[in-house]
Design a protein around this ligand. Structure first.
Ligand code: 2IT
Length: 449
């Protein structure tokens, strides 16, 4: 590995020893871009890589809110504006009790390269809070979102930083956040958030975009091996918004999603999540706030529930982890290899530990990285920004067409970048190389700061 790259990885590991997720993504990205750095000795002179791993700025703020009994609570809010070289900071907000600076930084760092891959002018950012939405009433969620925006509004704007949703932040939360923005600013200002509801500036197909984009990417992967997606069986984790989008598009294309998972275990549906009723039921389960995937097995015949297990031991053509980071560790990777699965397509941000990812690749699976596969979500967010600034509304067909085009480009650019730098057919290295090159070029052009 390039000596400068190595020193930056070591530097991050030392400096951020208490933020393992951030160290993990930095090591994963930087180790694949080493051949670009070999070709550009000038990067070291301007210390490009140490600047790349340092957020341009990051905010931490207090969020105080009242529960329905009149008791006050205090949480920590975050917004990380990681890299704005190619456009306004763009990235989601995650509300989850395990949120701390290491999670926000890992997501923000991934977002830089993901957003670059989309080909659209958006920089990398991320935010969130260590707030637990589970079991909260609608009024409590509203008060939390309002209190959160009372601080966040100071740092964002349509040409500055455009937040969206992530885990724990869906259409409802974006609505409350946007309402508070309007209350505080008395301006529409081109929408300022993405993932808004359709009646007030949201884009058609934004809720579906991450899942749809992932399936479009999968189609390209299969096409490479002269395979058709029709009849393909897919094992996924999660049952949230992203899983829903995957099921909906897979059903349309004749593929079968046979597993879903939640904190309580996983379900196996041999017939697939392949009817409108089943796909819609995912929304019902999510809206119930129960956070239990067992409900699906109770509702539909012939479905088996496996308590406290992950779905990685099942036989399927494709594995698509779509729940959370580090969901697939070495022991699960071994099961996947033992079952002779050929395609491992990440969807959630960093769902695989670095050792498990390396092992899957070495074992001959085709591995696709999340920063490419899940980029459809943020791509349609960028299309929402375009529609808002032009005061236009595109049809669902138009948005879908553009999304499809973007995903095919991401795949092709990744394949080409990996080939160019001698990695062969390597989608993981390719995504990092292609994503990095554009950001590095932009940073070099803009001078040192
Ligand atoms: O991880 C992601 O790309 C997101 N949570 C969506 C970001 C966005 O701005 O739509």
């Amino acid at each position: 590995m390039n000596k400068y790259v190595k020193s930056v990885i070591e530097n991050v590991k030392k400096k951020h020893a208490n933020e393992p997720e951030f160290c993990q993504t930095v090591e994963e990205v930087l180790s694949s871009i080493s051949p670009i750095v070999d070709k550009h000795p000038e990067y070291e002179k301007v210390d490009l890589l140490n600047r790349l791993v340092e957020p341009e700025r990051m905010f931490t703020f207090r969020v105080a809110w009242m529960d329905d009994k009149g008791q006050w609570h205090t949480n920590t809010g975050y917004r990380c504006q990681f890299n704005g070289a190619i456009g306004p900071y763009k990235g989601g907000l995650r509300f989850q009790p395990n949120v701390y600076p290491g999670i926000i930084k890992f997501l923000g760092f991934e977002q830089i390269f993901k957003n670059s891959l989309t080909g659209l002018p958006i920089g990398g950012g991320k935010g969130g809070a260590d707030f637990d939405p589970a079991g909260k009433s609608d009024a409590e969620i509203m008060r939390f979102c309002q209190a959160y925006m009372q601080e966040l509004y100071k740092y964002i704007g349509p040409d500055v930083d455009v937040p969206a949703g992530d885990m724990g932040v869906g259409g409802r939360e974006i609505g409350y956040l946007f309402g508070e923005w309007r209350k505080l600013k008395s301006t529409w200002q081109n929408g300022v958030l993405t993932g808004k509801g359709f009646p007030y500036g949201g884009s058609l197909n934004r809720p579906e975009a991450t899942g749809y984009g992932a399936v479009y990417y999968l189609q390209e992967v299969l096409k490479h091996d002269k395979k058709n997606i029709k009849g393909t069986t897919i094992a996924i984790s999660g049952f949230g918004n992203v899983a829903w989008g995957i099921c909906k598009k897979a059903k349309e294309l004749g593929a079968k999603v046979v597993t879903l998972s939640g904190p309580d275990g996983y379900i196996y549906d041999p017939n697939g999540v392949s009817t409108d009723e089943k796909v819609d039921y995912l929304l019902t389960m999510r809206a119930s706030g129960r956070n239990k995937v067992k409900d699906y097995a109770d509702k539909f015949k012939g479905v088996k529930f496996y308590p406290n297990q992950k779905p990685w031991g099942v036989k399927a053509d494709v594995i698509m982890p779509a729940a959370m980071q580090n969901d697939v560790k070495m022991e699960s990777a071994k099961l996947i290899v033992k079952n002779k699965i050929k395609y491992y397509v990440e969807v959630a941000n960093m769902p695989t530990t670095n050792d498990a990812l390396q092992y899957l690749m070495k074992s001959g699976l085709t591995v696709a990285p999340s920063k490419a596969v899940n980029a459809g979500g943020v791509s349609v967010s960028a299309l929402e920004m375009s529609q808002n600034s032009e005061r236009l509304i595109w049809t669902a067909e138009e948005v879908d067409k553009q999304l499809h085009h973007i995903m095919v480009n991401i795949y092709n650019n990744s394949v080409a970048a990996a080939k160019k730098y001698g990695f062969g057919y390597n989608l993981v290295a390719g995504a990092n190389l292609a994503g990095f090159q554009k950001v590095a070029d932009a940073m070099m052009a803009q001078g040192v700061f």
